[in-house]
Ligand binder design. Structure first.
Ligand SMILES: *Cc1c(COP(=O)(O)O)cnc(C)c1O
Length: 383
């Protein structure tokens, strides 16, 4: 029997021990203050458009809090189905250009809801190797047969699809991928994936967590950017990143949403999110889609161009630039020395990424100034 202390000591030994760092907002944007009062410029947030502190979101939430209270009181199927949730779902369906949308408390719960509604022992799921833990865990918790293909390997995906069709001629085959991969910042070859899924009669789930708000017309994401919206079966997303609030959603057909309402356990057996969060998310969507959203997206692009050029890295497609360092201790040391210089850039280690693939993950936001990017690249090259 290994004790908890021994397990934790072993993690420490391998430079894999994790600890919570507590930060509060220092300036309503991306400067954060730790409990000792030190202020850092943060490159760790997924609030890519800088909307989490936007006055219109705060106002929408405050008004809703005053009118509707804090908690929703029950799950949506019992008595928690507040009109705010429906209004947000209508706004999201209009944004994603799908028939219907269902929201969940988080993106993580959304993935679990998908799996419990659609996967059973006759299903086969094919996942890109770098898919997010929420997708992997959701599939593992189901009775489905799971196969993983090497990141972006379309030949392997094609051969797995052929295998799946032979093994289960009439069963459902699902391909799960992300539009922008969370720790690599690269983009999935979506057109090839939808071509393959149509050739083999499979279905595709696209997790747009890091693309919505940032990519595509009005920030609608990767599928919209490539005119592939109608060829993706499940559009998944989170309201916690560029939308600046909290929550998750699946967009697609009305029948798909009906299935979720009837089968998704993380929806059925969980208290509905506070109506105030739905109102804040709806206020955010209006900004994301409008001229201010375009301007913020343009600023993210400009800052990312500046960052990539200064670091002599290829230009990432969205707002994430990983600096791969390899060894876990090297990534930790680099993050620590950046912290001493006043920057919070998280070291990402196993099991979030593969062993020996540790990295700094730099996330850029519309709230960063050109001077702040300059000072970060200065600090990085001074080391
Ligand atoms: C963050 C993330 C999720 C989970 O969303 P939450 O709303 O944070 O629970 C799911 N998928 C991907 C790719 C993510 O990056």
């Amino acid at each position: 029997m290994t004790t908890y202390a021994e397990t934790l000591a072993a993690l420490e030994e391998q430079h894999l021990r994790r600890r919570l760092r507590t930060f509060a907002s220092a300036d309503q944007h991306h400067r954060v203050r730790d409990v000792d009062g030190n202020v850092f410029i943060s490159f760790s947030s997924n609030d890519y458009l800088g909307l989490a502190h936007h006055p219109r979101l705060i106002e929408a939430a405050q008004e809703a809090l005053a009118r509707h209270g804090v908690g929703s009181g029950a799950s949506r199927l019992i008595s928690g189905d507040h009109p705010c949730h429906r209004q947000l779902e209508d706004a999201l369906a209009d944004f994603k250009q799908t028939e219907a949308v269902l929201t969940f408390a988080t993106g993580f719960a959304t993935a679990a809801g998908f799996a419990s509604a659609f996967l059973d022992r006759s299903s086969i799921v094919l996942l890109d190797k770098l898919c997010h833990a929420s997708l992997i865990d959701a599939c593992r918790a189901s009775a489905a047969t799971i196969r993983v293909f090497r990141h972006h390997d379309m030949e392997k995906l094609a051969s797995l699809l052929a295998w799946a069709r032979k093994r289960s001629p009439h069963g459902d085959v699902y391909i799960l991928t992300e539009s922008v991969f969370s720790m690599d910042g690269d983009v999935t070859p979506l057109e090839e994936i939808v071509n393959l899924k149509e050739r083999y009669g499979a279905k595709v789930l696209l997790d747009e967590a890091h693309a919505v708000g940032v990519l595509g017309p009005e920030g609608r994401g990767l599928a919209a950017a490539h005119g592939l919206t109608d060829r993706v079966d499940f559009h998944m997303g989170t309201l916690g990143k560029a939308i600046g609030v909290s929550g998750g959603y699946l967009a697609g057909s009305a029948a798909m949403v009906d299935m979720l309402i009837n089968r998704a356990r993380s929806f059925i057996y969980s208290t509905a999110p506070p109506p105030a969060l739905a109102e804040a998310a709806r206020a955010s969507l209006a900004i994301v889609r409008g001229a201010e959203g375009d301007e913020r997206r343009e600023r993210v692009r400009a800052r990312m161009r500046q960052l990539a050029e200064a670091l002599a890295q290829p230009l990432p497609p969205a707002a994430i630039l990983p600096l791969i360092l390899g060894k876990e201790e090297d990534a930790l040391a680099k993050a620590a020395s950046l912290e001493r210089a006043g920057f919070h850039v998280p070291a990402i280690r196993y099991p979030t990424v593969a062993r020996g693939q540790a990295r700094l993950r730099i996330a850029v936001s519309a709230a960063h100034s050109a001077e702040e990017i300059d000072s970060l690249t200065g600090a990085l090259s001074a080391q």
